[in-house]
Design a protein around this ligand. Structure first.
Ligand code: BES
Ligand code: ZN
Ligand code: ZN
Length: 491
């Protein structure tokens, strides 16, 4: 369960305390005796421990000495990871609460520590009968004598953490529950919760809009497709034209007639991670009442073989009238996204960012530690987004979108084909998508970091929620960088 982060004014007589310090020179008076202080210093100096647990009867005190990293993003990430480690220790003690003492005014480090602890507390317990192993931590309080706008942004942290939890829940749901219809219903619930407008387009509507890509992928399925639109348009929006987030919502990818083999189908319930991230980014931005006009577009279906399923050689007519020769039914994500991207034109967007678990090639190229990013007509925005990627450790590695790569998707029979030649599979997929855009555009292939086979600190096993923190950071920085605007609504 998500622990709530709050600010407290009590620093004494608490059950569990974490001290976040950048040096052990001055430990707070009244917390440690002289012998305790020297024990802690010895542990750090001689045993090179960054986290020093200290047990006092029922209570635990942990001292975390911030890693001496020069780069701010690296230092914050080390704090998040340490927060997760201490959170695990507290859960093993069955602790309910903890106070983090921001002793030396390291507000952003203390917050990052709390963030890692909160995100690391996530578990997907819905299908477990035995709740014995459920994490107990419910409250994270921060005690600081240095209340400033940094520390006050803990309110935003709670909102984003909740959005990440909800995003992970959707990704972790198997398709036996989360069909395209149920996905749309879940987004409707999110809209009711946060106040954003949600519209679900059903199969009939998609037929009327001639969305041949989504409908084509859906042909092998017994479940209808959906296309969910989530809109947050505040009156005081800084932007007239919206920023549109598009997400790949393949609720299960079997590969279709080009059936996946072996273990490659194992985690394919997570093939809707992009759509989940798009929806929950809008959710977070709306909950935080950020004055930015954003829209989420979430086309959804499963990809299955079936008597009606598309087969290699079939040619689809897309929403924008272009034709696509389907040479591999497992390259389905781009077919869905193409329709959503051409649909996005009607909003005359300021920027469109899509997120998609699109290619195995992206995983092979950069692994789980970043996503692959490409841009067209959006070089400045791409730099800002990359910067946000470092801030929240959802990093982006840029790949080129040079014209030559479009050669790879030329078709003999149709306007293009849905596979490349085998080389540069991530880029040829990006070039395919670019053909359906005419606005500033960023494509993020999140196939690597969206779903983890094993836990990576506060990113546990399964859906990571990659993209939610990234887009929230990107949008909130737009607000903060506005002159004459208050930096933090909660400050
Ligand atoms: N959903 C997969 C991509 C994927 C692979 C996501 C591994 C997460 C982990 C996508 O639909 C796919 O199957 N892509 C094919 C494209 C190929 C047939 C051109 C791939 O990458 O093999
Ligand atoms: Zn596929
Ligand atoms: Zn897929």
């Amino acid at each position: 369960m998500l622990p709530v982060i709050s600010i407290t004014s009590r620093s004494q007589e608490i059950e569990n305390l974490v001290l976040v310090v950048n040096s052990l020179k001055a430990l707070p008076e009244g917390v440690f005796t002289a012998s305790e202080s020297s024990y802690i210093r010895r542990q750090h100096k001689e045993l090179k421990k960054d986290i020093i647990p200290y047990n006092r009867l029922e209570n635990w005190i942990y001292v975390y000495v911030i890693k001496d990293e020069k780069s701010v993003p690296k230092r914050l990430e080390a704090c998040r990871k340490a927060g997760n480690t201490v959170g695990e220790m507290l859960n093993s003690q069955k602790a309910l609460n903890v106070v983090i003492f921001d002793h030396q005014a390291n507000s952003s480090e203390t917050l990052a520590f709390a963030e890692g602890m909160a995100l690391g507390n996530y578990q997907f317990m819905k299908y477990k009968s035995d709740h014995e192993k459920e994490n107990t931590l419910r409250r994270i309080e921060i005690y600081s004598e240095f209340i400033n706008s940094d520390i006050s942004s803990y309110e935003y942290l709670n909102i984003v953490n909740e959005a990440v939890y909800k995003c992970r829940d959707l990704i972790n749901e198997p398709v036996s529950y989360l069909t395209a219809t149920v996905f749309a219903r879940e987004v409707e619930k999110l809209g009711k919760n946060c106040g954003a407008r949600v519209e679900v387009m059903n199969k009939k509507k998609l037929e009327a809009l001639q969305m041949g890509g989504i409908l084509g992928v859906n042909l092998g399925s017994h479940e209808p497709p959906t296309f969910t639109v989530m809109e947050w348009k505040p009156e005081d929006a800084l932007n007239k034209k919206p920023i549109v987030f598009v997400g790949k919502g393949v609720v299960f990818d079997s590969g279709g007639m080009n059936l996946k083999t072996g273990d490659s189908m194992m985690n394919m319930k997570g093939d809707m991670s992009g759509a989940a991230a798009a929806g929950l980014a809008v959710y977070g931005i709306e909950k935080a009442k950020l004055p930015v006009y954003v829209i989420g577009l979430m086309p959804a279906t499963d990809n299955r073989p079936g008597t009606m399923a598309i087969v290699p050689g079939d040619i689809l007519k897309m929403h924008n009238g272009m034709t696509v020769e389907v040479l591999n039914t497992d390259a389905e994500g781009r077919l869905l996204l193409a329709d959503a991207l051409s649909f996005a034109k009607k909003y005359k967007p300021e920027l469109v960012i899509d997120m998609a678990t699109l290619t195995g090639a992206a995983v092979r190229a950069i692994g789980k530690f970043a996503c692959a990013g490409m841009q067209a007509k959006a070089p400045e925005e791409f730099l800002e987004l990359t910067d946000s990627g470092f801030s929240v450790n959802e990093r982006i590695v840029e790949l080129p979108m040079w014209d030559e790569y479009a050669e790879l998707i030329k078709s003999e029979l149709a306007d293009m084909k849905n596979t490349g030649s085998g080389d540069a599979g991530t880029i040829s997929a990006g070039k395919f998508l670019e053909k359906f855009t005419d606005y500033p555009y960023i494509h993020l292939d999140i196939a690597g970091p969206a779903f983890l086979d094993k836990a990576d600190s506060y990113r546990g096993i399964g859906g990571s929620g990659f993209g939610v923190r990234l887009l929230f950071d990107y949008v909130i920085k737009k607000v903060w960088n506005q002159p004459r605007k208050k930096k933090n609504a909660f400050a």
